[in-house]
Design a protein around this ligand. Structure first.
Ligand SMILES: NC(=O)c1ccc[n+]([C@@H]2O[C@H](COP(=O)([O-])OP(=O)(O)OC[C@H]3O[C@@H](n4cnc5c(N)ncnc54)[C@H](O)[C@@H]3O)[C@@H](O)[C@H]2O)c1
Length: 324
């Protein structure tokens, strides 16, 4: 079996490639390395291309025969998407369309799509099930929502099977320290808390301490990136086994506040985090927690790395000696 992974040099992509290779699945990575890292590419089958250039992408489809595609490539900064929606709509949607159109031309029928809990917008109930209304409140979330609509139409018209995986907060790193999280700029809480512990010159801003939660800070659902990787493999096998297209939440089902993350990382590191309290960010809901029953039922997925201490220990270990 051979799978194309777009964005396989990135954070979630590289950990998913690790899981695919562990299962002896042949992987081809395409990435333009604009945000990803060559050191995170774990296969020799690597093509440095820009998927927005369909000719370059087509060459890859011509060179290899694929059984499926896992599509990670996207711009994924909420704030940037509000300031520059053009970039997000053009590139996130054209990237997906190029991948789908190559799949049509080269008769590849199965795709796993990186979606997000941002498709739900402001939560109307917690935990969030897949039936929760989709009402994204920023262009980033909208590109994922429109991406899901495109997939549905390509399924109906051309028989492309898809699983749209709606991740909550991806976190943690490979336990052996080979790969880990390295976004630039970094906006994710856990690497920023670790930075506030390790870097004397950096102070973390906690956005709001007056939410209606027990300690006043926002609560999020953190899922270990290797559990995410495993879910992609299971989703692929599900489709290859004849399973129907689905939208599936991937979260741990448990919520942790910003202050709980800070305290636990202080305990793990034995050091203090430097932080200050800032204004709430627009559109930051107090609580986001997934209902993950569907992933468990349909994919037989069982997150095994997502105990919060394991997540934070693996992240801390990576940031003590990052390879990139
Ligand atoms: N990190 C999270 O917590 C999270 C949560 C929900 C959804 N997601 C989604 O998961 C996916 C992966 O996220 P990530 O955190 O691994 O991001 P990432 O930036 O680490 O990975 C994206 C990869 O795509 C590559 N890329 C970008 N534009 C490209 C292009 N035009 N052609 C070829 N390669 C290109 C980048 O170089 C990078 O390696 C994204 O679609 C994101 O929206 C992430």
């Amino acid at each position: 079996m051979r799978i194309l992974v777009t964005g396989g040099a990135g954070y979630i992509g590289s950990h998913t490639v690790l899981k695919l290779l562990e299962k002896n699945i042949d992987v081809v990575v395409v990435d333009n390395l604009s945000k990803g890292h060559m050191e995170a590419v774990l296969t020799e089958n690597f093509e440095k291309i820009d998927i927005l250039k369909i000719d370059e992408l087509e060459k890859v489809f011509k060179k290899y025969k694929f059984d499926g595609v896992i599509h990670f490539v996207a711009h994924c900064y909420v704030g940037e998407s509000v300031k520059n929606p053009k970039l997000y709509f053009e590139e996130n949607l054209n990237g997906l369309l190029n991948v789908l159109n190559c799949m049509l031309k080269y008769n590849v029928k199965n795709i796993i799509f990186s979606s997000t809990c941002a498709v739900y917008g402001e939560p109307k109930f917690i935990p969030i099930t897949e039936k929760h209304p989709r009402d994204p409140i920023n262009p980033y979330g909208e590109t994922k929502y429109f991406g899901e609509r495109i997939l549905k139409r390509y399924e109906g018209a051309y028989g492309i099977n898809f699983i749209s995986l709606r991740y909550f907060n991806a976190a943690g790193a490979d336990f052996k320290g080979r790969i880990g999280e390295s976004h630039n700029p970094e906006t994710h809480l856990i690497p920023l808390v670790i930075k506030s512990i390790l870097d004397n010159d950096f102070t973390l801003t906690v956005f709001g301490n007056d939410y209606k939660t027990e300690d006043g800070s926002c609560i999020r659902d953190y899922i270990h990136v290797l559990d995410l990787g495993e879910a992609h493999v299971l989703a692929l096998l599900y489709l290859l086994d004849g399973g129907k297209s689905q939208y599936i939440n991937l979260g741990s089902g448990k919520g942790f506040s910003v202050f709980e993350i800070i305290k636990t990382l202080e305990k793990i590191s034995g050091k203090k985090s430097k932080y200050k309290i800032g204004e709430r960010r627009l559109g930051d809901p107090p609580i986001l927690v997934a209902n993950n029953d569907l992933a468990k039922e349909l994919l037989n997925w069982n997150p095994v790395y997502s105990d919060i201490e394991d997540i934070l220990k693996s992240a801390y270990k990576w940031h003590l000696s990052p390879k990139f």
